[in-house]
Design a protein around this ligand. Structure first.
Ligand code: NAD
Length: 362
């Protein structure tokens, strides 16, 4: 049976922080990166949590990730901001972009933010949650510049990444800590990390999830993990595929950056472009209406009788809150393969695996 390490969020954050510091980051940068990654694990999205650290460290070693970078404002027109992420840690670029955008949205009612050239910005829900904390609605379209891994609907080979889409809607009053709605998903049928888990376990995938290197249906996850590569299918058939295309055009092109066109020279680097629209409901004069309607509609929506095997109808953002409660109490499970990769990255960042183990298990 495969070993699973159960680690508490606080020492694990300190351990990941040590690796980020090992890449030369300031205290602030190490705080932002480690807190963001561990939060993704707490929220149940292990594919975008601490398991990304080995890739970040490799990318840094290859020169694909720049430490201690900040966003550069390349266009500032009040409610329009164009930002260059300078290939810096995406956790810093996403944070800085949203702080700038939120301040503008509160001033002008809306802010459109185009962020390009950021290293992997992780879980997009984090950026919606940052806007929610400011009392703002936000919409995010994201593209990925890495190896293409998702086929377009009707196609036989991969043409883009898992291009996530996200919307955050606050529940007022914010101070009351009411549950917001956070819809945050990849436009692929399944996250790439989940195909790797199936491969490591020797498990099959559901039919209709991936295609092989010839473009034919397969349930063997190897075709998304080792060469010759196939592709993951888009979610929602032509509709999800269309949304992924829009993520390329908005998150890539309209934001001011590039679309994915299969550049094979990126190594371990993964860049994101994000096009965000941030809206202040107070300035729009609809905050009170939104608060009342959100509460009433969510109650109506979730009152639908649950289908067989379902405990209750949930709203987007609810599973992540449930995961967080459970994992804060019980710890974060980390599989052996992922933990070994993290320990190896601790070595590469000069922290050492023994020190890493000591901090993470303190
Ligand atoms: P997923 O399939 O788990 O879907 C998550 C969304 O569905 C959430 O909004 C969640 O609240 C909602 N949800 C889940 N179960 C629900 C239920 N029973 N009822 C109602 N709502 C429910 O997510 P995913 O597609 O695997 O994406 C995982 C993460 O990966 C996301 O945070 C995404 O932003 C991130 N991601 C990032 C990149 C990048 O390049 N930075 C690329 C792809 C994905």
């Amino acid at each position: 049976m495969a070993t699973t390490h159960i680690l508490k969020a606080e020492p694990l954050t300190r351990a990941i922080r040590a690796i980020v510091k090992g890449t030369g980051s300031t205290d602030r940068e190490a705080d932002l990166v480690s807190a963001n990654l561990v939060e993704a694990n707490l929220k149940g999205h292990d594919s975008h949590g601490i398991g990304m650290i080995p890739r970040y460290v490799d990318s840094w070693k290859e020169g694909g990730l720049t430490v201690n970078a900040h966003v550069s404002i390349t266009l500032d027109s009040n409610a329009l901001l164009k930002l260059d992420g300078n290939q810096g840690y995406g956790q810093v670029m996403g944070y800085e972009a949203m702080e700038l955008g939120a301040e503008r949205a509160k001033r002008h009612g809306v802010c459109v933010v185009g962020l390009t050239n950021a290293h992997h910005i992780g879980r997009i829900g984090a950026w919606a949650e940052q806007c929610i904390a400011h009392g703002l609605v936000s919409i995010h379209f994201v593209n990925v510049l890495s190896r293409p891994i998702v086929a377009p609907w009707g196609g036989r080979d991969p043409r883009h990444g898992t291009n996530p889409f996200c919307v955050g809607v606050p529940a007022f009053p914010i101070e009351a800590g009411k549950d917001p709605v956070v819809l945050d998903f990849a436009t692929s049928k399944i996250a790439q990390g989940k195909t790797r888990v199936a491969y490591n376990k020797g498990a099959s995938l559901e039919p209709g999830t991936i295609i092989d290197n010839k473009g034919d249906p397969t349930i063997d996850p190897r075709f998304t993990v080792v060469e010759p590569y196939g592709a993951i299918l888009p979610f929602g058939e032509h509709k999800g595929s269309g949304l992924a295309l829009i993520c390329e055009l908005l998150g890539g092109a309209l934001a001011g950056g590039k679309t994915e066109k299969g550049d094979a020279s990126r190594g371990r680097q993964v860049l994101n472009g994000m096009f965000s629209i941030i809206i202040d409901p107070k300035k729009l004069g609809t905050a009170e209406n939104l608060a009342q309607e959100l509460e009433a509609y969510v109650a109506w929506h979730t009152a639908s009788p649950p289908a067989a095997g379902v405990s209750h109808v949930k709203i987007a953002g609810e599973p992540e809150r449930e995961w967080k409660k459970q994992r804060l109490a019980e710890g974060i499970p980390v599989d052996e393969a992922t933990w070994n990769e993290i320990l190896a990255s601790a070595d590469k960042a000069g922290v050492g695996r023994d020190a890493m183990e000591n901090i993470a298990r303190a």
